[in-house]
Design a binder for this molecule. Structure first.
Ligand code: 5RP
Length: 266
């Protein structure tokens, strides 16, 4: 398989649409008018976005905790800011985030235990100018969508490589039940004429989600109508959830290539 990267948190392998962005370069002008390049590694830009979002959390709060390497920085910053007895409670969107929250000494609740959440903070694989998202690169899309849907506010944290004019460069994760998944795979391929569709793997085995399902990574190319595509996929028997989050994000906190922060409301 070419052009793949290792998701450092889950250890699963998935296509790398951002292989061309190992480092981001931004230009600035010095006092004598020369153009200089400032190179910030993507990880640093994730860190800044994650740390910035920690400002939304106060002691005693219950909030939805997303999944991924950007969220990991949010967790770091919250640990730096608050003592262990700050009484933070989270509804995690994955077993992995639950583990990190437990290590931080926070209380954990299941989604069933809360009526509503005032806030969830999560990452994204792509975000368009209207705040529509592709999520699920880390394989947590199902729980992420359920927690987001139960939240009054979904705040997305992202580095600038995630910003796109139109969704679709990142292969769309579609969670499917393992039973008969090859039929779902074939159906999607035929119905949408997609460029590629891969069963996500972890080593030699299929990647298994926290809910015991498989993930198909589907290369749609440019997605002109995310809502229509989401609907069309959802009605295929065997599809559990898609990584399209349409109209769900309330705000986006993203870093710019120079390390500055932009916050956008939708
Ligand atoms: C996990 C997700 C993540 O939010 C998304 O993959 C972004 O991850 P990262 O912050 O590591 O770039 O949807 O299912």
């Amino acid at each position: 398989m070419k052009n793949h990267y290792k998701d450092t948190l889950k250890g699963n392998t998935l296509p790398n649409p951002v292989g061309q962005w190992p480092l981001l370069v931004s230009k600035w002008h010095n006092l004598v008018g020369q153009t200089k390049s400032v190179m910030l590694p993507t990880e640093r830009l994730k860190e800044k976005a994650g740390r910035q979002a920690a400002k939304l959390i106060s002691p005693g709060m219950t909030f939805g905790l997303g999944t991924g390497s950007t969220v990991k920085w949010l967790i770091e910053e919250l640990q730096d800011r608050f003592p262990k007895n700050a009484n933070l409670t989270v509804v995690p969107t994955s077993e992995q985030s639950a583990r990190l929250a437990r290590q931080a000494g926070w209380q954990i609740k299941e989604l069933n235990e809360v009526e509503r959440l005032e806030l969830t903070i999560d990452g994204a694989d792509e975000a368009d100018p209207s705040g529509n998202l592709i999520k699920g690169g880390g394989g947590a899309l199902l729980r992420e969508k359920l927690v987001a849907a139960a939240s009054d506010k979904l705040v997305i944290i992202a580095d600038p490589t995630k910003l796109v004019e139109k969704l679709g460069k990142f292969p769309l994760p579609v969670e499917v039940i393992p039973f008969g998944y090859t039929h779902v795979q074939r159906k999607i391929k035929e119905q949408f004429g997609v460029a590629g569709i891969q069963l996500r793997s972890k080593g030699q085995e299929p990647f298994i989600t926290d809910s015991g399902n498989f993930i198909l990574d589907v290369e749609f190319g440019v997605i002109d109508d995310p809502a229509a595509l989401d609907k069309a996929l959802q009605i295929i028997p065997g599809v559990v959830e898609t990584g399209l989050f349409v109209g769900m994000a309330h705000s986006l906190i993203h870093t710019r290539p120079d390390g500055g922060i932009t916050e956008k409301e939708f």
